[in-house]
Design a binder for this molecule. Structure first.
Ligand SMILES: Cc1ncc(C[n+]2csc(CCOP(=O)(O)OP(=O)(O)O)c2C)c(N)n1
Length: 374
């Protein structure tokens, strides 16, 4: 795989170029786009380098493979419940690819794809969704937090990490993800305000995928343009087509460059759609109809970029087939590795809560051991 650091180093705009940020879609409801759904690019000069475009494509293919295999593994009892992200690859890859491994990533349960893009090993990720302790630890070489299940708590945490980097005098940034539903939570608003007031090097990704489980965005807020929420906190807000990985990447790379240059936080709303169910155990036909989802399959982020890359000769049918084979082999090797991890012991669930267990945890551990007869 192409190293992500190579991507962001070549693409990051210089701070001089950022004075009129956001250059894209300022105060407009129309999401910024570089690639039309039919794969054409009205302004070819604005596109990132071919090597970056190809790398973004590889990452999207790779995480879709994870998603597709995940369903099969779940149904055959080899993976636990996990939230699929099919259709959101442009949003997750385009944003995470703008980071390097020195930066922080605060993913929600939906953002397996973003974590994989930044380098979380596949075997460890499978272990996480198997509820195995092997998937709970942050890898030594990465600052990727475990997938957050409580909605919105990750936003204030990310501001804290960003401020710590600021105090240490590094150029590292923190990126946090949230859904449209999560952006109705108090933590979301407090984090944006705090980050703005203290100029935290933080990038807030708001993936607007249309639904918060069974509740459509229009039901839970009167706001249409969620990026405009940034106005209330005096920080830039950008609305981007989340199914256009090139646009998402470019906007995020600019926001990251701004943050590194000491110009503070940015809110990026990626407008996308949750094609599949909320989790692999959810039945979306109970709350939405075909009319609700109509049209979104044609906006698929992978098909869109594939058409473009083939037309440009950056990808061929043969190189695409070779890529898919390589991705499938990588996944199977990781699955084999995950299969070698020992089954978790029931009491292990308490092992990583505090460095020194509290008396309550000690008591709970004894209770679990009693229940399992040890
Ligand atoms: C604090 C908290 N409240 C409620 C829940 C239950 N819950 C789980 S997912 C979800 C919907 C979140 O929707 P959204 O933020 O749009 O993210 P998406 O699932 O669409 O990615 C809710 C309410 C939770 N996990 N945490």
């Amino acid at each position: 795989m192409t190293k992500l650091s190579a991507i962001s180093n070549t693409a990051a705009p210089t701070p001089d170029a950022l004075t009129d940020f956001p250059r894209h879609a300022p105060a407009t409801d129309i999401p910024f786009q570089l690639l039309a759904p039919d794969g054409t690019a009205p302004n070819p000069d604005a596109l990132p380098d071919p090597q970056i475009r190809l790398s973004l494509y590889r990452h999207m293919r790779r995480i879709r493979h994870f998603d597709e295999r995940g369903w099969v593994l779940y149904r055959t009892g080899r993976l636990g419940v996990f939230p699929p992200f099919k259709g959101m690859e442009g949003s997750q890859v385009g944003t995470a690819a703008a980071l390097t491994s020195d930066d922080w990533l605060f993913p929600t349960y939906r953002d397996t794809g973003a974590a994989l893009t930044l380098g979380l090993p596949i075997a460890r990720t499978l272990a996480y969704w198997r509820t195995s302790p092997h998937g709970w630890h942050m890898p030594e070489h990465l600052k990727v937090l475990p997938f957050y299940i409580p909605i919105a708590t990750q936003y204030p945490h990310a501001v804290g990490a960003a401020l710590a980097e600021q105090r240490k005098g590094t150029k590292n940034v923190a990126m946090a993800y949230i859904g449209d539903g999560g952006s109705s939570e108090g933590d979301f608003h407090e984090a944006l305000n705090f980050a703005g007031a203290l100029n935290a090097p933080c990038i807030f990704i708001l993936q607007n995928n249309g639904w918060a489980i069974s509740v459509p965005t229009r039901t839970q807020t009167r706001a249409v343009n969620l990026a405009r929420r940034a106005d209330g906190y005096g920080i830039p807000g950008v609305r981007v087509d989340g199914n256009d990985v090139l646009a998402t990447y470019q906007v995020t790379a600019e926001a990251v460059a701004r943050a590194r240059a000491g110009q503070g936080p940015t809110l990026i709303e990626t407008v996308t759609y949750r094609i599949a169910a909320h989790t692999v155990a959810d039945d979306p036909t109970r709350y939405r109809t075909d009319a609700d989802t109509a049209g979104w399959a044609e906006k698929d982020p992978i098909t869109r970029l594939r058409v473009h890359l083939l037309a440009e000769g950056i990808l061929t049918e043969d190189s695409d087939a070779a890529l898919l084979k390589e991705i499938a082999e990588e996944f199977e090797a990781a699955l084999n590795e995950a299969d070698t991890y020992p089954e978790p012991e029931p009491a292990e669930i308490l092992d990583h809560v505090f460095a020194e267990p509290t008396p309550q945890l000690v008591a709970q551990r004894a209770e679990i051991l009693r229940e399992v007869g040890e």
